[in-house]
Design a protein around this ligand. Structure first.
Ligand SMILES: [Zn+2]
Length: 199
């Protein structure tokens, strides 16, 4: 699968939107990624994640970890292809933790995967968490790296799609200045805000 074919899969499931969006951070953006819309189709999830798994197979891991919730399905599907365990970290009072009795062997080679890498922050926290539990993270994977490849984790990294998505402070957003109505994707109604959010 080429990057364009993968992009088409995301567009077909409305998982990659182009327009003018208000992100949950309050920043504005010209593109919006919602991996849950492709992952809701198990066959598509399997297809995408096996492609990602093959890019990381050479690292020889025995466990795949991901931060909940977004990464859970990706870890599970990648682990299925590699024939290894999948586990997830989750936030407890703000701190990324490994719960539910999950454990790693001392020095166990691990992958950390995500649906989307934005700044790399949650990936970094997950790496820390796995290493505190005794594992050795040897690589990172994501369906989409929306940092344009800028999120440097100091480890081998694979992504199916690398995009440079620009975020704007609302006061400086060129799309607002052009009078394009802003949309809050994934909101309860899924409807346009109808509010141009000028200024
Ligand atoms: Zn805007």
């Amino acid at each position: 699968m080429t990057e364009n074919e993968i992009l088409d899969i995301f567009r077909k499931h409305s998982a990659l939107l182009e327009g003018h969006f208000i992100l949950s951070s309050g920043l504005h953006s010209d593109r919006y990624v919602q991996c849950a819309l492709v992952l809701q189709h198990p066959r598509v999830a399997e297809q995408l994640c096996s492609h990602l798994a093959e890019k990381l197979r050479h690292l020889g891991v025995t466990v795949v970890a991901a931060p909940a919730l977004g990464g859970v399905l990706v870890a599970h599907e990648v682990a299925r292809v590699l024939g290894v365990r999948a586990l997830f970290t989750e936030r407890q009072e703000g701190a990324m933790t490994l719960r539910r009795g999950f454990s790693l062997d001392p020095g166990e080679p691990a992958l950390v995967v995500e649906d989307v890498i934005t700044t790399g922050l949650s990936t970094r926290e997950t790496i820390q968490c796995v290493e505190q539990a005794g594992g050795k993270v040897v690589g990172v994977g994501a369906l989409i790296d929306r940092s344009g490849g800028a999120a440097d984790l100091g480890l081998p990294k694979a992504a199916l799609i690398t995009l440079k998505i620009q975020n704007y402070n609302p006061a400086e957003c060129p799309l607002c200045q052009a009078g394009i109505p802003a949309v809050k994707p994934g909101s309860r109604t899924g409807k346009r805000s109808g509010d141009p959010m000028i200024g």
